[in-house]
Design a protein around this ligand. Structure first.
Ligand SMILES: C[C@@](CO)(OP(=O)(O)O)[C@H](O)COP(=O)(O)OP(=O)(O)OC[C@H]1O[C@@H](n2ccc(N)nc2=O)[C@H](O)[C@@H]1O
Ligand SMILES: Nc1ncnc2c1ncn2[C@@H]1O[C@H](COP(=O)(O)OP(=O)(O)O)[C@@H](O)[C@H]1O
Length: 297
């Protein structure tokens, strides 16, 4: 194989409880996460030299240099492969940047994870030879969950992952006011570091059952994020005016999501919000459910 493609799906923290703090300052979280159909797109091609070229709506927000998480992922995987005497040939990577940057939907982490998945295939590496979860965790707290890229609960600083077998597809609208919010600032603004653990009741039911279960959970970063970026409350109010089943912020913000009854309602809400707030980023999409689980009923 000399060319391959990967989608770096956006994540949504459907619930995010911050339950403590590690000695190194990282926070302990418990988060129910789903991934959307929407994402950045990465292409990989063996080449005479390494390169990274960025296109797409948000290309201007990112440099194609060694600070880019895609660049870091390629370097980390190459180091691990070469340590074992395995091939890691020069590679040209294309990144189509469709997701807003520093927005709580993990675009950068998803890019890094997609880069690991794509290069494992292009370089013909086996998961038996490479400790991918460890490489992912070394790149950022969100990268291990993005490597899995299906419904899950993340614990620890994000690296301790349990796949969820029962989450149905959720029709959602994502709204980002195009104000970047730095994750570290939001964690620093959080006053109570020891909130209740995530105690999820049965989430194997229909959409209404899942929404009821989610209503009893929180995003503990929503309040501190809204202190830093008051526009978060505007976004939540704008979503609320479209009567979603639930509206909440994802991750450290500022992207918020609304869950809607069906894809048509989500699409109409997306159109309405785009009309009212043409300067915001608004997308209606679906989360990928667990294969086999349904949202009917
Ligand atoms: C809040 C979450 C929820 O999924 O997502 P985002 O809002 O970033 O998408 C994650 O915990 C973010 O993961 P990620 O963005 O990969 O974090 P990193 O790059 O590893 O860390 C950025 C900074 O956030 C803080 N941080 C991050 C994760 C964590 N569990 N505790 C922390 O305190 C630290 O100050 C760290 O220096
Ligand atoms: N490929 C990339 N895409 C997005 N952000 C990146 C990338 N590489 C590095 N970054 C940096 O990572 C930080 C987090 O970005 P991102 O993952 O989009 O947000 P969040 O962690 O809030 O979901 C940003 O400050 C950005 O400068």
């Amino acid at each position: 194989m000399d060319e391959t493609v990967e989608t770096a799906r956006a994540k949504i923290n459907l619930a995010l409880h911050v339950t403590g703090r590690r000695a190194d300052g990282y926070h302990l979280i418990e988060s129910l996460v789903a991934f959307t159909e929407l994402g950045d797109v990465l292409t990989f091609r063996t080449s005479n030299h390494d390169s990274l070229s960025i296109s797409g709506v948000f290309a201007g927000e990112l440099a194609a240099n060694e600070d880019n998480l895609v660049f870091k992922a390629r370097s980390s995987l190459r180091r691990a492969a070469e340590k074992r005497g395995l091939p890691a040939p020069r590679t040209a990577i294309g990144l189509e940047k469709n997701l807003p940057v520093a927005s709580g939907i993990g675009g950068g982490s998803a890019d890094a994870a997609a880069c690991l998945r794509g290069l494992m295939r292009l370089w013909d590496l086996s998961p038996d030879d490479i400790d991918l979860p460890a490489i992912a965790a070394g790149l950022g707290a969100d990268v291990p969950m993005c490597l899995v890229s299906r419904p899950l609960i993340a614990r620890g600083a994000g690296e301790n992952i349990t796949a969820i077998d029962t989450l149905p597809v959720l029709p959602v609208v994502l709204v980002n006011p195009l104000e970047a919010v730095a994750t570290a600032d939001v964690f620093a603004e959080l006053t109570n570091k020891n909130n209740d653990v995530l105690d999820l009741p049965d989430i194997s039911g229909d959409l209404n059952g899942i929404v009821a279960a989610l209503a009893a959970t929180r995003n503990d970063l929503q309040l501190p994020a809204a202190h830093i970026a008051p526009v978060v409350d505007e976004v939540l109010a704008a979503l609320g005016a479209c009567h979603p089943l639930l509206a909440r912020m994802s991750g450290s913000g500022a992207t918020c999501f609304g869950i809607f009854h069906d894809p048509v309602e989500a699409r109409l809400a997306g159109e309405l919000l785009r009309d009212r707030y043409p300067h915001w980023w608004v997308r209606s999409t679906m989360t990928g459910g667990t294969p086999g689980a349904t949202g009917d009923g």
